[in-house]
Design a protein around this ligand. Structure first.
Ligand code: IPD
Ligand code: CA
Ligand code: CA
Ligand code: CA
Length: 254
C-alpha cells in the first residue's frame, strides 16, 4: 500500500501544480447540472492524475468525477480533481485534489492535497493519518458545547432544504459555531486533523468522500449516515466526527 500512496501523492502534486498554474487562464466553464460547474482545468487535471496512476498500475480501474468509470480491475481509484470547483472559479483559495484507492469498495489509501497551503493529508488503512508526514488525530472536544462543526448546504438538492434546516436548527444552538467552506474533502480532512469537531452534508458523491472518510477513521473519528449506519456509501447523507461529538450529533439529528 505504501507504493500506492507514493503514486497517489505524485499524481496529486502534479495536478496541484497544474491547477494553480492555470488559475488565471481558465478557458471554459460549463454547467453539468444545476450549480455543478466543470472547467477545462478540472478535466485536464483528472486526466493527468489518471495517466500518472495508470502508468504505474495499468490493470487498475478508475472512477473520476469528470470522466466516469474506466477499466475493470479490483483496485479502483476514485478521483475528484478539484473538490471546490466553485471556489476555484471564483478565486476563493479553498479547494483540493482528492484521490483514494479502493479495494472491493473499501478505501485503502487516501490523499487530499491543498496546494495553496501546501498541506498534504494522507492515510493508509490501519496505519493512521498524517498531515505533511506528521500524525494527526481527531479532536478531543467533549460534547458539542465548545465544538466547531462544518457543513455543506444542499445547494443542488432543493428538495432537501426543509430537512436540512430541521437538522441545522437542532445542531446549531448546541455547538460553538458552524462553517461552510465549499470543499467537502477539505471539511473531512479538517475533521481528521482536529480542526473541526464534526461535519455533516446531504447528497455527496463517492469522489467527494472516498479519501476524506478514510482520513477521518484513521485519525480516530467515526463516519456514518444520518441514521448512524456505517454503510454511508449507499445513503444520501454523511456524518463524520470525533467519537464524542459524533454521539451528540447523531442524537440531535434523530
Ligand atoms: C462539491 C464540494 C462542496 C459540496 C458539494 C460537492 P465539487 O464538490 O465538495 O463543498 O457541498 O456537495 O459536490 O463539485 O466542487 O467537486
Ligand atoms: Ca463538481
Ligand atoms: Ca467534489
Ligand atoms: Ca470536483
Amino acid at each position: 500500500m505504501q507504493a500506492f500512496l507514493t503514486i497517489a501523492v505524485r499524481a496529486a502534486r502534479k495536478a496541484g501544480d497544474y491547477i494553480v498554474r492555470e488559475a488565471d487562464k481558465i478557458r471554459s466553464v460549463q454547467s453539468k447540472s444545476s450549480n455543478d460547474f466543470v472547467t477545462n482545468v478540472d478535466e485536464a487535471a483528472e486526466k493527468l492524475i489518471i495517466d500518472t496512476i495508470a502508468q504505474a498500475y495499468p490493470d487498475h480501474s478508475f472512477l473520476g468525477e469528470e470522466s466516469g468509470h474506466s477499466g475493470s480491475g479490483e483496485y479502483r481509484w476514485i478521483i475528484d480533481p478539484i473538490d471546490g470547483t466553485t471556489n476555484y472559479i471564483r478565486k476563493v483559495p479553498h479547494w483540493c485534489i482528492s484521490i483514494a484507492c479502493t479495494y472491493r469498495g473499501r478505501s485503502e489509501v487516501a490523499v487530499i492535497y491543498d496546494p495553496i497551503r501546501e498541506e498534504l493529508f494522507t492515510a493508509v488503512k490501519g496505519r493512521g493519518a498524517q498531515l505533511n508526514d506528521k500524525r494527526i488525530r481527531v479532536s478531543q472536544t467533549n460534547g458539542l458545547e465548545h465544538s466547531l462543526l462544518a457543513t455543506g448546504f444542499p445547494f443542488r438538492h432543493p428538495q432537501k432544504l426543509a430537512e436540512y434546516n430541521r437538522i441545522f436548527n437542532q445542531l446549531f444552538p448546541h455547538c460553538a459555531d458552524m462553517r461552510r467552506g465549499g470543499s467537502a474533502a477539505l471539511d473531512l480532512a479538517y475533521v481528521a486533523a482536529g480542526r473541526f469537531d464534526g461535519f455533516w452534508e446531504f447528497g455527496l458523491n463517492e469522489w467527494d468522500i472516498a479519501a476524506g472518510t478514510l482520513l477521518v477513521t484513521e485519525a480516530g473519528g467515526i463516519v456514518s449516515d444520518f441514521s448512524g449506519n456505517p454503510n454511508y456509501q449507499n445513503s444520501n447523507s454523511l456524518l463524520a466526527a470525533n467519537p464524542k461529538a459524533f454521539k451528540s450529533m447523531l442524537k440531535l439529528i434523530n
